[in-house]
Design a protein around this ligand. Sequence first.
Ligand code: F6R
Length: 358
Amino acid sequence: EKGAYAHYMLKEIDEQPAVMRRLLQEYSGKDGVVTLDPTITKAVNAADRIYIIACGTSYHAGLVGKHLLETIAGIPTEVHISSEFSYNMPLLSKKPLFVFISQSGETADSRAVLVKVKKLGHPTLTMTNVEGSTLYREADYKMLLFAGPEIAVASTKAYTAMIAVFAFIAVASAQKKGTKLDLDLVHEMSIAAQGMEQMIDEKALLKEVARDYLSITRNAFYIGRGLDYYVCMEASLKLKEVSYIQAEGFAGGELKHGTIALIEDGTPVFAFATQKNVNNNIRSNVQEVAARGAHTCIISMDGVTNHADDRIVLPNVHPALTPLVCAVPLQLIAYYAALQNECDVDKPRNLAKSVTVE
Ligand code: F6R
């Protein structure tokens, strides 16, 4: 039940820190050790390449998952949109592991791929929020998101739960291989949960940002680099689906290769700037669009660089976990933009919670 909340979406955004803590309980033990079903860690470490298959928001979580698997576990990883993979299958590696990510566990496009790769005899792992769902039942290995029922059509807490579960998989894989890690995941994830809580307490600011940037516009851009780029793709999907404002997420360096032609006086451009190694680059991309009249909003992270003039400053978290804290402002900005536009936040037009046709 949504209780005192006006909408399920808002309630589910607020639940995210608690979901992180639940996942810490489920997937870690004493002394900060990550504890996964050992058969899953074994399957992950037996693969020469991981293929992540998903749609929509889950696909965006998969992109972050790829980064975590490659940088922490050292396993080459590809991410594919289910409906594309199904009919345009790439050349596969010798020992692939397929990871299906699906909040509902019922997405037909993803199931079509599961059926095909099972026929080819490849191992499959489903990460889902719904125990007993189709994708859960049909995969060899299963991991749950423990996010609790997600009622709003726009996915929020499942997205951050997926990212967190990827972090557990990556660390479990590295632990098992004896790789020396510079990431104490249990510690860093609880810091990230606190960071999410701090952003949840910034509703007044995020509502103001939605009003200042999105009340009269028909379009908006999100730019970022590296992990921030993946966050931008999710930010634009969230904004589109709940507020009906056309939005695009771009790699910071790519805008000038064409799309910058769309920037006019007042076009809103949000830039995520949480990654130290590309901080100067993204800030110069912001200058490029600002010089053409864009109304820019920088969302940066404390402790990364000077942020005196940035509109939103996120609390510092480990650089691999920044998407967890970025998720809160991107979701709340979309939520408040939807309210401004008098949209049906929990049930956007033309959408269904689970897409059971291909
Ligand atoms: C967006 C959204 C969709 C789903 C997509 C996959 O907010 O909810 O993009 O993420 O339809 O659904 P699942 O994860 O259930 O397979």
